[in-house]
Design a binder for this molecule. Sequence first.
Ligand code: DX5
Ligand code: ZN
Length: 230
Amino acid sequence: MTHNLIKIAPSILAADFGRLADQVAQAQEAGADLIHIDVMDGRFVPNITMGPAIVEAVAKVAAIPLDVHLMIVEPEKFARRFADSGADSISVHVEACPHLHRVLEQIEAVGCRAGVALNPHTPAATLGDVLDNIELINVMTVNPGFGGQTFIKGMISKLRKLRAMVDNSGKDIEIEVDGGINIDTIAAVIAAGATIAIAGAGVFQHERGIAAGIDALRQRAARTTDYGAV
Ligand code: DX5
Ligand code: ZN
């Protein structure tokens, strides 16, 4: 099954932080479906970004859901805090959670949609026994830690496997792709089964502005007969 009506989730990692509220408002105005917020701790990934205070600031201007991607160790310590800050969904990395099932229950308990993110080397099958506990899968299509990296083509086959797993389960689980999504890669990820395209540089650093970045992705996504390979 392919999903032509893909949702676009701009990642504010690539935004101008000095004008964050204005940039989020522009993305929303241009039809963004969610806002993706990348939280990094300098331990799970080699970069430090933002925390609950930024989620709170974004929540003040965004009516669309906030999709919080935790690239941190011991994410269970912060589920409540991010929920209170305005997160709608919280994704944790399977590689950071020896007790993944417990963490997913904790996210649900604080009222958020629970998601799991997979590093590029982590196989699709690792999620086979937690499909009852997730509403979202984030397929990392770069190594987490930085925006503006190049899409890893090998992730297409993992995406197809996850699509098949989700379809076979009959569950309503969204599949996100995260990293290097632009007009050259979006068609292939839709064809492989993604339902949410996260894009940082492709939106916030588009040469003609945020709205043009979102439009360009949508237009490429709409050309359903012309997926091509990446
Ligand atoms: C990377 C982050 C991504 C990042 C994507 O660790 O999880 O969400 O913002 O940025 P682009 O679209 O620029 O690759
Ligand atoms: Zn992310």
